[in-house]
Design a protein around this ligand. Structure first.
Ligand code: GTP
Ligand code: MG
Length: 400
């Protein structure tokens, strides 16, 4: 299953620019609210160092790509309509939008760090950037509260009629919101309640329980966009000190898009997410193009080390979701599959996963018939309970 990343935020903040800079899909971008109505779906990627450089072999990626020693692993991106306050009551694109994003594993919340657009996406001088961070969470909390509280009595009746275990039943019903059984237990714990108390919740306690569930099950990265605009620097410091516990990444989606376009046209050498670019020998640049590229070099790359776009995707997947990359192989000496292709697949898997989890991720049959595995770096035999580490190279031995 490919990791799904939702690109969310108020209108006119740069969500579609982010999406286009990553996927190079031709989507509508414009300086007014609600440019995007229908969600755009596309393939982006996270990046990691490919082991081909470390081992000095030529890799042959099958499920991913390798560019100059950087492995690019696909993820799915969904760019949706702008969310406005009171969306949970159906305002703007409202509830449809909220249910779309509940399917994402992690959210990239795009805000306009320059403060030049307000919460509705209209031009203004000095918007409260922090307000953008608050409102999205509130909308998601209220939306979830609306759905769960309206079904609460029905859940209660069904649990009694069907003589079900309440926790198991609720976990089944909440899974489509990305809420796990562990989230339910942790939310009850937060309210200092035991698991037996769950069905007694009502009124304010029920509300606090659902809000806590919403918080526990949500993962997001805040993309402080438009840092190429000078006013952004101050706002960035402000929100970083106001929200020290949040992952906030300065970014210029417009810069990433411009650099990728220039690279596509053969004007510059630029690897997506890189810290710099160089002009190609003999590239014919107009004065305007040259000025634009110089501006991005001075005001974005030199100040922030990258445009922040690919960095945000990596942060979301590796740090916030806690995924790692491992490389399954069939030959532990040459790191190849049966077609002699070295490091054919890069697999994204949660960092708590075992060798057996990896086997199941490759194929159910391989999981069912797991015998043992070999850590191809050390050549040691490992069992099904071995906890995978980042960049592990693993051979799985399975019976027929
Ligand atoms: N200066 C600057 N402008 C940007 C940047 N990213 C996007 N913009 C501009 O912001 C405006 C809105 O961009 P979109 O990508 O359409 O924004 P959106 O969030 O998808 O908007 P809706 O679909 O209407 O919700 C456009 O004029 C973009 O050119 C950036 O990094 N810097
Ligand atoms: Mg858009």
């Amino acid at each position: 299953m490919v990791i799904k990343i939702g690109v969310v935020g108020a209108p006119n903040k740069g969500k579609s620019t982010f999406f286009k800079a990553v996927t190079l899909k031709d989507v509508d971008i414009a300086n007014y609210p609600f440019t995007t109505i229908k969600p755009n779906v596309g393939v982006g990627f996270v990046t990691t160092k490919c082991p081909c450089t470390e081992f000095g072999v030529k890799c042959a990626p099958q499920n991913s790509k390798c560019i100059g020693g950087t492995r690019l692993i696909p993820i799915e991106l969904v760019d949706v309509a702008g969310l406005v306050p009171q969306a949970h009551e159906g305002k703007g694109m409202g509830n449809q939008f909220l249910s779309d994003i509940s399917l994402a594993n992690v959210l990239i919340h795009v805000i306009d760090c320059s403060g030049k657009t307000d919460i509705l996406g209209e031009a203004c001088d000095n918007a409260d950037v922090g307000q953008e961070i608050e409102f999205l969470q509130n909308e998601i909390d209220m939306w979830l509260y609306g759905i769960i509280s309206s079904k609460w009595d029905k859940y209660f009746r069904q649990i009694q009629q069907l003589k079900r275990d309440p926790l198991e039943f609720l976990a089944e019903n909440f899974s489509s919101f990305g809420i796990s059984e562990k989230n339910i237990v942790d939310a009850l714990d937060f309210l200092e309640l035991g698991t037996d108390d769950v069905m007694l919740l009502k009124g304010d306690d029920l509300k606090r329980f659902i809000f806590r569930l919403s918080e526990l099950s949500r993962s997001s990265v805040i993309l402080a966009n438009k840092i190429d605009v000078p006013a952004s620097a101050d706002n960035l410091q402000k929100i970083k000190s106001l929200y020290p516990e949040r992952v906030i990444i300065p970014a210029s989606c417009e810069a990433e898009l411009a650099l990728r376009n220039a690279a596509e046209k053969g004007l510059i050498d630029y690897v997506s997410g890189g810290a710099d670019f160089t002009l190609k020998d003999g590239a014919q640049l107009t004065e305007k193009q040259k000025k634009g590229l110089d501006f991005l070099k001075e005001n974005v790359l030199k100040k922030y080390q990258s445009t922040g776009v690919i960095f945000a995707l990596n942060k979301a997947v590796f740090d916030v979701l806690g995924y790692i990359v491992v490389y399954p192989v069939e030959n532990e000496t040459h790191f190849t599959n049966k077609h002699n292709q070295a490091f054919p697949d890069a697999i994204l898997i949660h960092r708590d996963s075992t060798a057996l989890d990896l086997a199941y991720k490759i194929h159910t049959d391989i999981g069912d018939n797991f015998i043992r595995a070999i850590n191809a770096r050390t050549k040691q035999v490992i069992g099904k309970d071995y906890i995978l580490k980042p960049d592990d190279i693993i051979k799985i031995v399975a019976g027929k």
